[in-house]
Ligand binder design. Structure first.
Ligand SMILES: Cc1cc2nc3c(=O)[nH]c(=O)nc-3n(C[C@H](O)[C@H](O)[C@H](O)COP(=O)(O)OP(=O)(O)OC[C@H]3O[C@@H](n4cnc5c(N)ncnc54)[C@H](O)[C@@H]3O)c2cc1C
Length: 469
């Protein structure tokens, strides 16, 4: 292929003459990483980005891989799942991770970055790469990208993220189903082992749905006295919130209000809403508590629990502070924090094959948050996998086996490919996604063991990939 090194993106019209082997829509975290993994393996790409011509509700610049909200790449604690994910990305020579490290700022046990330096470096590396052609403009219909290849059509990667433009999303609907637009009102998820069972108890409201096989019920209840409720409400009211974008305000009228917005109607609103105690009896007192926070199981093993109705826009550190005031959650470990924003994602477990290609249109791949992961590093990881998988297909003619679910990237892919089809929800990386298998839940060395096993299994998987070089 002709060497095209350019700083100025071409117009979308020019795309029909492209010699690039793979087309990527969206130069966000996932699209940029996907492009990088391909060019590292000698495969040319056409990378299309709508910004700065057309901006989303949250993006502000024309740079690739813009961070729309926080500048954190999560924990660097060596025993944490986000750090295992970063170590796997590092071993794949990830452009996103390398640029994050080069732009990192002091942030204790987290990786924070100078967002401008970070995005500028990714933009420059991709725009100046001889195997990358850059195009600017909104792709309004995925069929605009149906270009012939030696066999069939050129692979196209849809990496357009949570704020995928509406016309592109609409064009995909006949193939991915109507439920493509979501307003994501996410409640926090805590680890089951971190809930104090001397306070929280299993019970269904009015014992509805309990059976002989399951006499205790499905919900974990954290009961509150009036004093505890008042203290919680005061902290919730005072906590710092992420300001809402205009497009997010609209959804508050659609019945998925954040708890702090409910509170604005009066201090007792929550006690009559998501925290109503009706039908609950605290076994320690034999009485109905003043209020209750219910936790619903997220997985069959009860390792992850969702705080029901607690969608929130509180800043992440504030969520930890305020929600640990809930009796039983004093030492809660959070697998996922609450949030509320427009989120476009597809029902991947029903729609995608093992390399994240649409089963019905196999030249069409999906990467990033649109596949049903949540967060910067998670989206990057899916982009990295799709890049390597397409390289494998172009060079070997077959699908690449995803890394095992015991690895961080593998656990995310397992969620995306094998998650619940009914009510599939996006996920951050967390230990709850990683199967324990031979490792005991109560083992004090559980996390180091998960890390060691994950690293070992990832390096076996990577050896397979290295046969491509
Ligand atoms: C309001 C909001 C706040 C968030 N806060 C956080 C946070 O604090 N921490 C965190 O980890 N994650 C956060 N996220 C999630 C995070 O943004 C995503 O996980 C991550 O950016 C997803 O990466 P991506 O590459 O899939 O999508 P993006 O990074 O969004 O990239 C998609 C790209 O595709 C482009 N695009 C869209 N449609 C088209 C089209 N039709 N044609 C051409 N280009 C197109 C977009 O302009 C964009 O550049 C937030 C998301 C939102 C919406």
């Amino acid at each position: 292929m002709e060497n095209i090194s350019q700083n100025t993106p071409q117009n979308l019209q020019a795309l029909k003459n492209t010699k690039a082997q793979v087309i990527i829509v969206g130069a966000g975290l996932a699209g940029s990483e996907c492009a990088w993994q391909l060019v590292q393996r000698g495969i040319s790409v056409a990378l299309i980005e709508q910004r700065p011509q057309k901006k989303s509700e949250a993006h502000k610049t024309g740079n690739f891989a813009e961070l729309v909200c926080s500048n954190s790449f999560k924990s660097t604690d060596s025993e944490s799942a986000p750090q295992l994910l970063k170590s796997e990305l590092h071993s794949l020579n990830s452009l996103v991770l390398e640029s994050a490290q080069a732009a990192s700022l002091p942030a204790g046990q987290s990786m924070a970055v100078d967002r401008e330096k970070f995005s500028a470096s990714i933009t420059s590396k991709l725009k100046n790469h001889p195997l990358v052609e850059c195009y600017e403009g909104e792709v309004t219909h995925f069929e605009e990208l149906s270009l012939p290849a030696e066999q069939g059509l050129k692979p196209v990667v849809i990496a357009t993220g949570p704020l995928t433009s509406q016309s592109l999303a609409q064009s995909l609907m006949p193939h991915v189903g109507e439920k493509l637009y979501f307003y994501d009102a996410i409640a926090p998820i805590v680890s089951g082992e971190s809930v104090n069972r001397e306070i929280a108890f299993l019970q269904n409201r009015r014992d509805k749905g309990t059976t002989e096989a399951n006499p205790d019920g499905d919900y974990l209840n954290c009961p509150m006295s009036k004093e505890e409720y008042d203290r919680f409400i005061e902290a919730l009211g005072a906590a710092e919130k992420v300001p809402a974008h205009d497009f997010e305000k609209a959804i508050y009228f659609q019945g998925c209000q954040p708890i702090e917005a409910l509170l604005e109607r009066g201090p007792k609103t929550l006690a009559f809403g998501p925290m109503k105690p009706v039908g609950i009896t605290d076994p320690r007192t034999g009485k109905m508590p003043y209020a209750v926070v219910q936790l619903r199981m997220e997985d069959t093993e009860g390792r992850a629990w969702n705080l029901v109705g607690f969608q929130t826009k509180l800043k992440y550190p504030e969520q930890e502070k305020v929600f640990r005031l809930i009796p039983g959650l004093e030492k809660a470990q959070f697998y996922r924090m609450g949030s509320l924003h427009r989120n476009t994602f597809i029902n991947s477990p029903a729609l995608l094959g093992s390399n994240l290609q649409l089963k019905k249109l196999p030249h069409l791949y999906f990467a990033g948050q649109i596949t049903g992961v949540e967060g910067y590093i998670e989206s990057t990881a899916v982009g990295a996998f799709v890049g390597t998988a397409i390289a494998f297909r172009l060079k070997r003619g077959s699908d690449l086996l995803p890394p095992p679910a015991t690895t961080a990237i593998g656990s995310l892919l397992n969620h995306v490919l094998n998650g619940k089809i009914k009510n599939f929800q996006p996920m951050n990386i967390n230990w709850g996604l990683v199967p324990l298998n031979e490792i005991n839940e109560r083992d004090k060395e559980k996390k180091p063991k998960l890390v060691e096993r994950g690293k070992r299994n990832f390096s076996h998987w990577k050896a397979l990939l290295e046969t491509l070089n």
